[in-house]
Ligand binder design. Sequence first.
Ligand SMILES: NC(=O)c1ccc[n+]([C@@H]2O[C@H](COP(=O)([O-])OP(=O)(O)OC[C@H]3O[C@@H](n4cnc5c(N)ncnc54)[C@H](OP(=O)(O)O)[C@@H]3O)[C@@H](O)[C@H]2O)c1
Length: 333
Amino acid sequence: MKYKLLGQTGEKLSALGLGCMGMSFAYGASNDKQSLVTLEKALDLGINFWDTADMYGNGKNEQLLAQVLKNKRDQVFLATKFGFRAKDENQHTSSSLDCYIDASPAWIKVAVENSLKRLNTDVIDLYYAHRIDPNIPIEETVGAMSDLVKQGKVRYLGLSEASADTIRKAHAIHPIAAVQHEYSLLTREVEQTHLQTIRELGISLIAYAPLSRGLITNTLTVDQLDADDFRRQLPRYQGNHLQNNQSLAQAFSDFAVSKNVTAAQLALAWILAQGKDIIPIPGTRHIDRLTENAKAIQLSLTTDDLLNIDKIIQQFPHTGERYNPEQFAAVNH
Ligand SMILES: NC(=O)c1ccc[n+]([C@@H]2O[C@H](COP(=O)([O-])OP(=O)(O)OC[C@H]3O[C@@H](n4cnc5c(N)ncnc54)[C@H](OP(=O)(O)O)[C@@H]3O)[C@@H](O)[C@H]2O)c1
């Protein structure tokens, strides 16, 4: 594994993290035994940067990770998030639409204790506001997060899906180490909206859904997704957009094969080539895929490769929005 520095913190994180969401949430049925083996394998591969959130399976994802952390806490740089609360705590949640946003200081105090308990740890390495609460000034949210650092419950702070303006305001209250945002070959807005600001402030970009939630791997059979699979709600997985994206994934995969790599590896190598301050956190529940993805760090792409990839993507412009309007409403612009 290769390692990258997290913002200005001096912490060395694996150049590829592990997104744990799908192990308990959003992508249909999962298998805890298989997920636990995957988590152990991540440590064998040196993937020490794990990403979870309190809302993934109403806390189940944090509890799952705790089973591995109990003997190996010191091997993991652990990131979790707060801010999405289930509309009904007793109901199964399969998407953010089953939740509302609460990033109030009062809730942060409760949420952090819940996460610490579920993760069975004394400290969270990186604590993110999962979404920016439109009803609470960001200064108050980050002020309350900063108190957790002073109390030793949290080491570093992050924001997810925050606008550049919000990031600046937050950073003035307490240093922000990481900004998490969707970033992949199909979702490149962040290059225009965020990169300049976070580079100026010395903040790392944590690229979530770097495989476009599986689409770019050219292995997804969308009509076989579980009925409650969150991706069914997304424009990219519907109608003409889906057709466009399947053709795009096929063309991208053909190019990957011509380079003797898989589409997943090429997609991750492309993100890694965008800057040493960018860390993708691909999600998988399978050790074979984890091992496959980890090899992406060994690839180096030439300028021609990058140009060819751009050309392929530009041939299929009707990718569709990454979220539906209701989900976009939770994103801070
Ligand atoms: N901050 C936020 O709002 C936010 C939102 C979404 C996600 N996240 C975080 O980002 C992480 C990553 O995003 P994501 O999981 O949504 O999307 P992703 O990493 O782009 O894609 C995950 C999907 O790709 C599949 N996959 C992984 N490696 C593969 C390979 N080599 N070949 C074929 N398929 C492969 C996975 O299947 P299997 O699992 O079945 O292997 C899963 O269906 C999440 O786990 C979560 O921690 C954050």
